[in-house]
Write a protein that binds this ligand. Structure first.
Ligand code: MG
Length: 388
């Protein structure tokens, strides 16, 4: 069935939380009541869970839901959709969701709008369009991507927001007791940035069979990364993530050439062009559905599979629509697992009907139509319609 969009409704999702993502951040720089700037890498984060949600209605009255980042300046994304992308979609029909993405991207490609907030706006619409498309064909998203059926993906515990090294080890042990045997330490969840000491404690406390990785949050140079890699060798990290500045392709390539642990990057990418320039710069890609949408996630995943590069999707702050789409796309393309944001995913999944259950270390992904989730009545409490 061709893609025919009649109407796009845009909503701002915002849900308060007692502790901000990545921890309380005492002493860190706050911008008003909304944002905190993390000291370890200068990145701004919201104090609440927030995202942009879109509802697409097609010319047959069928509905699909999409979602993208709304962490900062969410109305910027909404404005791009409402001023340009939604009206354009309503005037056209496309053979496939991929063709719709290409048509929308083409509108401003020669002005150099290749990513950023435009990419996020495309991602939200793309997820909703794929959802309508698959549902209208009576298919799950994974079936629409070529591999139907239910399945499971191993989740790794992301982030260890606890105030001391011992408390962090205890927290990971709690998850281990629940069946999670993989964990990722963010560089900010250490005592004064002592990654080596923290990793040594985790290895000693968790045993040899636990997978332990570290997210370096773009804080190191190439040489510092290689030095850290050498120092961590006895601990056998599962992977090192995002060690250097995301635009510095040459540094990424230098690291990939000599590192002994697998190098994982890619959570900030919007399109397969971001990956095409870095094919030899990583051993694992970490596409983020909230930035890529399904079309670009699929293109990155096909490139990775053709090269034998691992796929381990990123998970971010949100309601969970893009998380559901990500799990299904990950299943379809044979990802080795999926990031599990234990402080976000489960609590916001309560606002959705049909979200994958996480149990015993695995996401259990059903074969229900589309990306599988719709918003329940509870979600309405946290959604505000945005009108240009
Ligand atoms: Mg990361």
């Amino acid at each position: 069935m061709s893609v025919t969009v009649e109407k796009v409704d845009v909503f701002f999702f915002e849900r308060p939380r007692t502790t901000p993502y990545l921890g309380a951040g005492e002493g860190e720089f706050a911008i008003g009541e909304r944002y905190i700037v993390r000291e370890f890498n200068g990145t701004v984060y919201p104090l609440t869970d927030r995202s942009i949600v879109v509802k697409v209605t097609d010319k047959h009255g069928a509905v699909g839901w999409g979602e993208t980042y709304g962490l900062v300046a969410p109305k910027a994304v909404a404005a791009i959709i409402q001023d340009l992308l939604a009206p354009y979609l309503a005037m056209r029909s496309f053979e496939t969701p991929e063709a719709a993405w290409d048509g929308l991207y083409e509108l401003q490609r020669v002005r150099g709008y290749w990513g950023g907030y435009l990419g996020d706006a495309l991602a939200a619409l793309d997820i909703a369009i794929w959802d309508v498309h698959a549902r209208s064909n009576g298919q799950s998203l994974q079936a629409a991507l070529g591999k139907g059926g239910s399945g499971r993906l191993e989740g790794y515990v992301s982030g260890i927001p606890a105030p001391s090294r011992q408390a962090r080890l205890d927290l990971v042990r709690e998850w281990k007791a629940k069946g999670f045997h993989k964990v990722k330490l963010p560089v900010g969840h250490t005592d004064n940035g002592d990654v080596i000491g923290e990793m040594e404690t985790l290895r000693a406390g968790l045993g040899d069979d636990h997978e332990i990785s570290v997210d370096l949050h773009w804080t190191l140079t190439a040489q510092e990364t290689l030095d850290l890699d050498a120092a961590l060798k006895p601990i056998r990290p599962w992977f090192l993530e995002a060690p250097t500045k995301p635009e510095d392709i040459e540094a990424q390539r230098t690291i990939a050439r000599s590192i002994t642990a697998p190098l994982a990057i890619g959570e900030e990418w919007r399109t397969d062009w971001d990956y095409r320039h870095r094919l030899d710069c990583c051993h694992i890609i970490q596409p983020e559905m909230g930035h890529t949408g399904i079309t670009q996630f699929a293109r990155m995943a096909r490139l990775a599979n053709a090269r034998g590069t691992g796929i381990l999707p990123h998970a971010t702050i949100g309601l969970g629509i893009f998380a559901s789409a990500s799990l299904r796309a990950a299943l379809a393309f044979g990802a080795q697992g999926h990031e599990f944001q234990h402080t976000i995913y489960t609590r916001n999944a309560e606002l959705l009907d049909g979200a994958a259950v996480v149990e015993g270390g695995y996401f259990e992904i059903p074969d229900t139509p589309g990306h599988g989730v719709t918003l329940n009545g509870e979600a309405d409490n946290y959604l505000t319609p945005l009108v240009l």
